[in-house]
Design a protein. Sequence first.
Length: 320
Amino acid sequence: MSVLVYTESEQGKFKKTAFEVASYAKAVADQMGTTVTAVTVNADDVSELGTYGVDKVLKVSNGDLDKFNANSYASVIEQAAKQESATVVVISSSADSKYLAPLVAIGLDAGYASNVVDAPSNLSPFTVKRTAFTNKAFNMTSIDTDHKIVGVSKNAFGLVEISGSATAEDFSPSIPNSGVTVESVDKATNKVTIADAEVVVSGGRGLKGPENWGMIEELAEVLGAATACSKPVSDLGWRPHGEHVGQTGKPVASNLYIAIGISGAIQHLAGINSSKVKVVINTDPEAPFFKAADYGVVGDAFDVVPALIEKLKVFKAQNA
């Protein structure tokens, strides 16, 4: 019996969340006195997983799984859990994992706790700490089913490296006909995605128009960040809807979130509240965002941002 962890990858490369959920699975396995088995789908080099506590890797290589399909991926995880007699399955809280987790729960007749931020406080009953009310509070959730699925919030548990190694073996589960065919996937290229970004630079209506977005993109480039926007900006067509962050858009749990010209509507704050450090730049000192921010700059973005970019460029040149 081992703890099973599903480690997400894209184009053969592991996402950062894969190492975070592996670290979490290792913590659970240590509490249970067992090992960690990871299941991967079309990942290239799986050896790095050993650094984060994985003992064994089940490698799935199947061209039919090149495009994400929740039903197919859930079946893979379910079959892996049954083979390994795993009673605890750990996944991330990414958009893909939130699609497949309920399906895995049905297949294993398991209880599912999403948005988990800490290792179990108790194993009997199995109790975990979760965020609630759009990250404004926490609750303690107990899972009393034989099988348990834990969805770990991004950047909540962190990466824990150990001096370990993982053995790998091929795993060839049957892939059911889900009845759903993914024809194509359109993704932005040469850009950091919001989901994977450590730093996010976001703009609002304070930028006055799409023609002024150059400084947002330049600041993001200097910081190696993803660009984002508020809902009104995407509604106006200034930026694509894929960049809209907030309760009704994409949730953000970056290490640094910079909001420029965003007043801070409650829906926006709810979607970015999991970010560790929040910085706001706004001309209005009474903007709601200042109450939620860790750092605030009262000033005109058209003066502050170019000056910030120049300072960052100098800093990077001096510390290259």
